[in-house]
Design a protein around this ligand. Sequence first.
Ligand SMILES: [Mg+2]
Length: 188
Amino acid sequence: MNRAVFLDRDGVINEFLYEVDGNILSPANLNQLKILKNVKKGILRLKEMGFKIIVISNQPGVKFGYLSQERLEEINDYLKKELGIDEIYCCLHHPKYDGVCECRKPKIGLLEQAKKDLDIDLSGSYMVGDNLSDIKTGINANVKKTFRIGTLRADILELQHVKEIFPDYTLPDLLEVSKKIGELEEKI
Ligand SMILES: [Mg+2]
């Protein structure tokens, strides 16, 4: 079986967009896509360790009307080619329009799909995200370790306690995640 590092997209691979009114949006086309620092290096290291790199992303923007399916596919194709990502799975649903689906994180439908498509051993895989629902997804799927990209902030630590969702590690970027996974793998 293969092992994977599952990556959330927005806030892990690329920057968010900040609108004038303070709303946070995902990039809606390639021009708006800005890859974060050290992402390419981190992915390269993880691939050298033999991991599949699989993106698991909630993209309800198609439903909200600010993103088209065509543009999303362009972004996905670019990310695969530019960063060597093996596969990208997106949930396009939103509870407001679709009710409850099985693929929107923190549900694990997309990880199960990846497991089936690419013969992934979830228990030997890792999950990386920038928010607690990504971490919850990893925990729900029983992955080996979960990583939150970001800084250790009092408000987020408090939120972790309120929600009772704790990442195994909080690290600033994907390169640091790849180094930590390297350390963990050495100990096996
Ligand atoms: Mg995110």
